[in-house]
Design a protein around this ligand. Structure first.
Ligand SMILES: [Mg+2]
Length: 173
């Protein structure tokens, strides 16, 4: 008897991949819309501005056949309030980080070990602007299943070829 394997996870960071926060300040990148948000931990006087591209929503929905989509962002569950609706995404599960920022093993980004705990041996793709060679090495050594760590330039956000790469990777599993 064969058991259907679960889909790989697609772990999605918001700031960087979906919100290219490092793009030039006064020049909203083409295709993006400006949204003013009020996440609960935001202490600024003015609302927090994010740029979001509705085409990303189309691309992510298209990947939902191949992947289980999960938020992997400091927005945690509030991505479902402030981000997902602008992209036409349904409510998604999210990683509830035990702690954010701070020390992490062997030069890795603070998210990386929690990503592995969440994945619990399941294949995953992860898009984030903070992935470095240390994270690649750590995942290689500590995660037995397949993993795609896709670094995204926070000046550019996710680009069309990134979605092809994600689709191809899942299809090749
Ligand atoms: Mg980020």
């Amino acid at each position: 008897m064969t058991k259907a394997l679960p889909k790989p996870l697609l772990l999605i960071d918001v700031d960087g991949p979906l919100n290219p926060y490092a793009a030039q300040r006064e020049r909203r990148p083409e295709g993006y819309a400006t949204h003013r948000t009020h996440p609960s931990d935001w202490t600024g006087v003015k609302p927090l501005r994010v740029w979001l591209n509705p085409a990303h929503g189309d691309e992510l929905r298209a990947l939902a056949d191949a992947y289980e989509l999960v938020w992997a962002t400091t927005w945690k569950g509030e991505a479902n309030d402030w981000i997902g609706p602008h992209l036409g995404l349904p409510e998604l599960p999210y990683i509830d980080w035990p702690q954010m920022h701070g020390r992490a093993p062997r030069g890795t980004f603070w998210k990386t070990r929690y990503i592995l705990e969440y994945a619990a041996g399941r294949p995953f793709a992860w898009v984030d602007d903070d992935i470095t060679a240390y994270d690649h090495e750590y995942v290689e050594q500590n995660h037995l299943a397949a993993a795609l760590l896709l670094h995204v330039d926070p000046r550019l956000g996710l680009l069309r070829p990134d979605f092809d790469r994600l689709a191809d990777w899942a299809a090749a599993l």
